[in-house]
Write a protein that binds this ligand. Sequence first.
Ligand SMILES: *[C@@H]1O[C@H](CO)[C@@H](O)[C@H](O)[C@H]1NC(C)=O
Ligand SMILES: *[C@@H]1O[C@H](CO)[C@@H](O)[C@H](O)[C@H]1NC(C)=O
Ligand SMILES: *[C@@H]1O[C@H](CO)[C@@H](O)[C@H](O)[C@H]1NC(C)=O
Ligand SMILES: *[C@@H]1O[C@H](CO)[C@@H](O)[C@H](O)[C@H]1NC(C)=O
Ligand SMILES: *[C@@H]1O[C@H](CO)[C@@H](O)[C@H](O)[C@H]1NC(C)=O
Ligand SMILES: *[C@@H]1O[C@H](CO)[C@@H](O)[C@H](O)[C@H]1NC(C)=O
Ligand SMILES: *[C@@H]1O[C@H](CO)[C@@H](O)[C@H](O)[C@H]1NC(C)=O
Length: 663
Amino acid sequence: MRAGIIIIIIFLTLCLISGQVLCFKVIGCSGGSVMFKCMYKSDEQHNSTPLNQRESNDQLKGKYFCRNRNRDCKPGISTELQRRWVNNERFALYDDENSRFFTVFIRNLSREDDGRYTCGNNQKWSRDVELKVNNNSSSCGTSVIRSAYKGQTITFSCKYEHKFKTHTKVFYRVNGDPVLVLNSSQSSQSSEEKFILSDGQKDHFTVTIRDISEAERGVYLCGVERDRADKPPSEKSNTHITFIKEIELKVHGQITSVQVEAYISKSVFITCEFPEEFKENKKFIQKDSSKEIYVEQNQWIHYDRVHVFDDTSAGVLKVFISDLTAAEEGTYRCGVNTADDHLLMRIRLKISQVGDHFRESVAVIGESVKLSCNSPEKQQLIKHICKENEEKICQSISSSEKQRFEFSDSTAGVYTASISNVSLRDAGVYWCGAETRHEHLTSVSLTNKHQLTLTMPPVIGREGDSVEIKCSYDENYSTEVKYLCKGKCFTKDAQNIIRSDEDHDKNPKISVKDDTELNLFTVNTTELRAEDAGKYWCAVRDVFNLPLELMIIMKDAVIHEASVGGSASISCKHIRKQTQKLFSRGDQPSICIRDGARVSSNKRINGRFSLTEETSAGVFTVKISDLRAEDSGKYWCAEESSGSFIFTEVQLHLTRDSFCQRL
Ligand SMILES: *[C@@H]1O[C@H](CO)[C@@H](O)[C@H](O)[C@H]1NC(C)=O
Ligand SMILES: *[C@@H]1O[C@H](CO)[C@@H](O)[C@H](O)[C@H]1NC(C)=O
Ligand SMILES: *[C@@H]1O[C@H](CO)[C@@H](O)[C@H](O)[C@H]1NC(C)=O
Ligand SMILES: *[C@@H]1O[C@H](CO)[C@@H](O)[C@H](O)[C@H]1NC(C)=O
Ligand SMILES: *[C@@H]1O[C@H](CO)[C@@H](O)[C@H](O)[C@H]1NC(C)=O
Ligand SMILES: *[C@@H]1O[C@H](CO)[C@@H](O)[C@H](O)[C@H]1NC(C)=O
Ligand SMILES: *[C@@H]1O[C@H](CO)[C@@H](O)[C@H](O)[C@H]1NC(C)=O
């Protein structure tokens, strides 16, 4: 306080020493702005400085306001233009030749701006200006960002020191130029108007903007009109405006209420996106007229079937509603608390019936797998696949993984999602569904559930030959006993348990090797028989590797001759009962595994191909009619049971019949 008084005394002294030099004081807030008039006809008792009495400075042209006038006159601004604002960084100047003053506007004040300035008209007159920048006022220099949606009404609050109670309050807009929007001494403020200033409260006034549109986007300033003695300005006093607060208003597209359709017993994933500046603000979710539930940040919070996650880094509120029933239908609101209000998004959730789609799929490591999905909507929506996490929340696939996922086009309401180069981490539960995007909200209604299990690539051996089954294990287990078993190890169903520590001399069919350097346990089985086909598991203690299928190709191939134009009936033996029979064409038997069958027990007729089973005789027959020369080649008969295949090679030789030879 004392320092202040001393400063004021020094200031007054400076103003007086200069005799005829006029001097006035302008007070600003650090972080705020000021606007004042530089008068060239004095309202005070002094006369203006005579022409040519002051030193000239060639750098100054026309009207100017600056610091260090006699040196570089910086920082500051000057102009020879009239009736328009000119800007130089934080300074702006407006000269109206018809008036007896020009206006100076300075934004974003800081303590460094504190000091003496000069304003004037070069060569003609000048006045000294003492700029005081306060940093100690509790209501000084706050700058805020506010967001509003089109059509919304928003209210700003501006705090001022109590001593300004009876002063005029002003509200400006800076859109390049500072423009007065309204002030508290303006009388007409009907409730129909867009801007309403209300100054009835204690130590603050409010400005309400109604029915916000794109045009209201921008920066606003609120402040008080004052004179140097902080008395309410009068006709005579040299006034200025101290802007206390700067408000940046952002305008966002309107949030209409959004309808989301989801399905009974399935789930829906909704993402509500809020404006950037509310990332850290408290979010909430509300159903119908129940109480708002405020959400913890950056963790999943569970309320019965509703799971909520406030992702502060992305600025979104994720809502996952699982195991939907008709009771979940209703209106949900996701919202965020703002400084003195909140923003809401309204979601009308409609629950419909859709078929029950659950599939278990087996994928081979390193290969690709296709998951089929239904799209109940007629229009083409954005296809989506997600994977359940430990909390059974279906999260979208990370962008780095996404390149392995691909969707087919939908035909007849069905599309496939394929995952390529399947690896261990892909095992789990997947859901597919359709994604709908609105301006601030994305929803994914899930339709199909897939349980994906993994297996190692199959090992294919020929009857009578040998195969090696390789089991890699964790290096921690190098000294432990390893097992290879058919069926499931350590259960009653387990068969043919082969141990790494056993003496296999008695069984010359099998040899084992445990390479503890490579952490690889290898079993070589010779004299393969059809019965060896099946699922094998490698295990150490009670830790199982992925299973692998040993598939057998029968030693004897079927050689069949037929003539072009005629038909062929190919008879294939099968060993096991209750298996699926398949018939495929290709160089390798694996064509049968990869959906390549021409005919099968599931699809007995396919064009010229048909399949009949005579189970009691242990054979099935494939008939190919209307034979063509190009039908010659290699085919495979296969029998399959739970993924376990036994193949028989078929060679079809076509000869020209006598009729053709005669031609
Ligand atoms: C703020 O500081 C000024 C001087 O910089 C002083 O005159 C004034 O009394 C101070 N106000 C308060 C409330 O401390
Ligand atoms: C205001 O000035 C300060 C330095 O005093 C600067 O750091 C800040 O970026 C400026 N703000 C604006 C909005 O120009
Ligand atoms: C303004 O005051 C605050 C504390 O009241 C202080 O932290 C800050 O450094 C001051 N700024 C200046 C420019 O003096
Ligand atoms: C308030 O607004 C009226 C009408 O626009 C204007 O005449 C008056 O000068 C303004 N007062 C201040 C302090 O800006
Ligand atoms: C398949 O994935 C493995 C890792 O899981 C990677 O090392 C390999 O390069 C991938 N292959 C292809 C063809 O992308
Ligand atoms: C398995 O062992 C037999 C006899 O020791 C050997 O002839 C054969 O090459 C081995 N098989 C493989 C695939 O290594
Ligand atoms: C192997 O041992 C290390 C160190 O004891 C341990 O961190 C790791 O989890 C173990 N790996 C397995 C698969 O048990």
